[in-house]
Design a protein. Structure first.
Length: 418
């Protein structure tokens, strides 16, 4: 089997995902995707006619994010019309899945040069969803949880309520979750101050070439344990809210599967991933193509895996996904130098560390989505690039990246620095 090499990794800064508040919120999602695609082209002097495919992740494919963003963004970026594109949705796991599929195409010998990545304009997603609800129309691109037969078989609640249920079941305290949130902010502040993201972050320009955003917009480095302790739980009101007209509440959906759990609502904005806009992309190539065109590999794809877990608790699949991909790679957890587990909620990462008994210093060493934000379809590609940058900075060899996804899923990938 051929090797699949990562040649380059780029991403935009992440902008607050609220219309009128975030610096990127007025832009078209394709513009963000085109920004990172153009950066890969320019930084690597690509002949874009050689790009066999662009595999793109986008979770909420509705409104401005509808259509095949992978193809349309490539055209917007000035790529040759021969560069085809496809867009997929594995909810939060879309960016890792796009990369895994791109790697599989290269490793199988079917393609030689593939770009993987993703985009999510959460400002548009939130605004579009609000307008659709106001119009009284069922929102496109939802989780499919309105299917009564599916809900009866696999009740699926609000993700924040599920996070609170997991914390309750696992006995993980609010104080421990808030300590994790504070540490995420601290690590992100150090990483930004020391320029650890500078190699990957590319500025977003408008059509006239003016800089719209060139720095992370979401972090709150002033966060303290005291400020988080004073915040009200964000998902308590969702827990008591009907999941559908005349339907059970979101808490009751959890209790249909776990009747003995009295959910303690503990997560809030300081212990949940940030709502942001952003895009990221990775350039993958075969050894033959890289050698012939003078492209220097930075890492190789070692193994990929996907797994499902309980759809009701929804967020617990990363641990079995990590175990599965380690087994596929023939590696042990002690051989992993950098772990990137998406901080969808603090409990996801905290449980991951505890279950696998990991060295905390190796897990999200530059902070995570609590501090930096989670642009859903892009985050997987962001985390792969972040892990690669950290391996290069520290001289590490292996990085493992995984994340929970709606429906109780998790993709995982292991990369090796070369």
């Amino acid at each position: 089997m051929a090797e699949a090499y990562i040649i380059d990794a780029v991403r935009t800064p992440r902008s607050i995902g609220k219309v009128g508040k975030g610096a990127l919120s007025h832009m078209h999602p394709q513009h963000l995707a085109a920004t990172v695609l153009k950066a890969l082209k320019d930084r690597n002097d690509l002949n874009t006619a050689d790009v066999d495919d662009i595999i793109w992740g986008c979770s909420a494919q509705a409104g401005l994010q509808g259509g095949d963003m992978g193809r349309m963004a490539a055209l917007d970026a000035g790529f040759d019309i021969k560069a085809s594109g496809v867009t997929l949705d594995r909810f939060c796991g879309s960016g890792i899945t796009a990369t895994s599929l791109a790697a599989a195409q290269v490793m199988s010998g079917m393609e030689d040069l593939v770009i993987a990545g993703g985009t999510e304009m959460m400002s548009h997603v939130m605004d579009y969803g609000a307008k659709v609800r106001a119009a009284g129309v069922a929102a496109a691109g939802g989780l499919g949880t309105g299917n009564a037969r599916l809900q009866a078989r696999h009740p699926q609640s609000n993700q924040g309520v599920a996070a609170d249920a997991i914390a309750t079941i696992e006995g993980i305290s609010r104080a421990d979750l808030e300590a994790f949130g504070v540490e995420s902010q601290r690590r992100a502040a150090v990483a930004i101050r020391e320029g650890r993201f500078d190699k990957s972050v590319v500025p977003v320009l408008d059509d006239d070439g003016n800089v719209v955003l060139d720095h992370e917009e979401y972090p709150r480095p002033e966060t303290t344990a005291e400020t988080l302790a004073g915040m009200k739980p964000a998902f308590e009101m969702f827990g008591a809210m009907p999941s559908a007209k005349d339907g059970p509440t979101f808490n009751q959906l959890i209790n249909q599967k776990y009747p003995d759990v009295k959910i303690e609502h503990v997560h809030h904005v300081g212990t949940s991933s940030g709502v942001v806009d952003g895009a990221a992309a990775l350039l993958l190539a075969s050894k033959d193509y890289a050698d012939k065109h003078g492209l220097k590999p930075r890492a190789r794809i070692v193994a990929t895996a996907n797994i499902g877990d309980c759809p009701t608790l929804m967020l617990n699949a990363p641990v079995p996904a990590a175990k599965k991909v380690l087994e596929k790679a023939g590696l042990t957890k002690d051989q992993i130098d950098v772990w990137e587990i998406n901080e969808a909620f603090a409990v996801v990462a905290e449980k991951f560390i505890r279950d696998l008994d990991l060295d905390r210093a190796k897990v999200n060493p530059n902070g995570g989505s609590i501090a930096l934000g989670h642009p859903i379809g892009a985050t997987g590609a962001v985390l792969i690039g972040t892990a690669l940058d950290e391996l290069e900075r520290t001289g590490g060899r292996y990085g493992l990246i995984t994340m929970c996804a709606a429906g109780g899923m998790a993709p995982a990938i292991i990369i090796e620095r070369v």
